[in-house]
Design a protein around this ligand. Structure first.
Ligand SMILES: Cc1ncc(COP(=O)(O)O)c(C=O)c1O
Length: 410
């Protein structure tokens, strides 16, 4: 049975009670977000704006990881390790609550790439079939389709994405336009890592469902950043990583597969513990011995998100990214590559300085200002990528823009 999304608060660890009370008592927005920031062991001299790549894990995650890692190695007996089965089930349940699906639809993976590749490899496809992708998907969701297509002889059709996006309708139409009666899969990215376009996933999924097409959604840049409701989107599969916006451990992730589709997806890895009788998406995650301590620490990341509430996290990201975008738009020579509209964007902001050597700007921001961002040197997503998260303050955003302005001037 699906639990309600808000039921998460019921199971907040007791040790967090005082902290969650302090958050509730915060008398201003600034106090609230400073309390959140304090939970991250980030170097204070750094302005870390690269959430789209890797987020720091909170102290709660690190403490729990360390606690279970020590426990595991102090007593690696089967008897001691039995406890991980219910703990991992509870993790599946909490992820499912956050995404508004059921625990049996969640597989625990190593990251987004692994989840997407399980879908790429697991669906029956033959010569004559077609798969629709977009030019702004990550390689784990594009090159993986192309590699399989060259092995199995089906066709991959890539939709060219316009930057910034023209409109939600245009994005949907571009996918529809690439689809034929032979299309078996549509594989798109919820929020792109290249320029931060938010795809209208629900509309694309509705179109796919009417035609029996499998719709895979890459959620690397949406899980933990925006309030993702997979029951509402109604895609067939969704993959994400713990170490990005959900601020969890490295090498943990999730793959959602809609229960009606389980029979159509082959497991890609089969080893001891696998059985056709395994319930739900557990069939897709039998990978041999796992780092159970790490998976258990992922639960703290989910608790942390649930404690803030995803609508609040998303609203904060909109506040921080809008502040960045509005100020970048006023810098002489700067070209914004991300849409201003929150409905067409997420936590990723891309800005270009077409007349500058971008690598020099990137290096100066790091060497002179200790601003950690990402860079795309060329192509239609050329620019500097700023991706803030809940541990960033508005002061850091303003300092980053000021540094950018100074570098752009000289
Ligand atoms: C959209 C998207 N998909 C997939 C990935 C791959 O993520 P991971 O390395 O965690 O598998 C990334 C990484 O940045 C990404 O941005």
């Amino acid at each position: 049975m699906p639990t309600t999304r808000r039921a998460l608060f019921r199971v907040l660890p007791p040790a967090w009670f005082a902290y969650s009370q302090a958050l509730k008592a915060a008398d201003s927005n600034d106090t609230y977000w400073h309390l959140i920031k304090r939970e991250f062991p980030l170097d204070e001299s750094l302005i870390y704006l690269n959430a789209a790549n890797v987020c720091p894990a909170s102290r709660m995650v690190l403490d729990r990881y360390q606690q279970f890692l020590r426990d595991f190695h102090a007593n690696p007996s089967f008897q001691n390790r039995e406890k991980y089965v219910p703990l991992e089930d509870r993790l599946r349940g909490k992820i499912a609550d956050l995404l508004n699906v059921t625990a049996d639809e969640i597989a625990l993976t190593r990251n987004t790439s692994e989840g997407s590749n399980l879908v790429v490899r697991g669906i029956d496809l033959k010569p004559g079939d077609e798969v629709v992708i977009t030019s702004h998907n990550h390689p784990s969701n594009n090159d993986s389709w192309k590699v399989r297509a060259s092995r199995d002889g089906f066709k991959v059709v890539s939709v060219d994405v316009k930057v910034p996006a023209v409109s939600a309708a245009q994005l949907v139409d571009s996918i529809k336009g690439a689809t034929t009666s032979r299309t078996k899969v549509i594989s798109v990215t919820h929020v792109t890592s290249t320029t931060g376009i938010r795809f209208p996933a629900r509309e694309i999924a509705a179109f796919a469902r009417e035609r029996g097409i499998w719709m895979h959604l890459d959620g690397a840049q949406s899980f933990g950043a925006i309030d993702v409701n997979l029951r509402d989107i109604a895609c067939d599969s969704f993959s994400a990583s713990a170490h990005k916006w959900s601020m969890g451990p490295l090498e943990a992730g999730l793959l959602f597969v809609r229960s009606e589709r389980h029979r159509q997806l082959w497991p890609s890895i089969v080893t001891a513990g696998w059985s056709d009788k395994l319930v739900g998406a557990r069939k897709f995650e039998v990978f041999g011995q796992r780092d159970d301590a790490r998976l258990v620490s992922f639960e703290s990341a989910i608790d942390f998100l649930a404690m803030m509430g995803m609508p609040k996290v998303e609203a904060r990201l909109t506040e921080l990214t809008s502040r960045l975008k509005q100020q970048f738009a006023k810098v002489d020579g700067a070209v914004l590559r991300t849409n201003l509209e929150p409905s067409l964007s997420g936590g990723v902001v891309k800005v270009d300085l077409p007349k500058h050597d971008l690598k020099q700007v990137y290096d100066r921001l790091w060497n002179e200002h200790k601003i950690a961002i990402a860079m795309t040197p060329s192509g239609d997503s050329r620019g500097l990528r700023f991706s803030p998260h809940v541990y960033n303050t508005t002061t850091e955003i303003d300092r980053a823009v000021e540094a950018f302005r100074q570098v752009a001037r000289s």
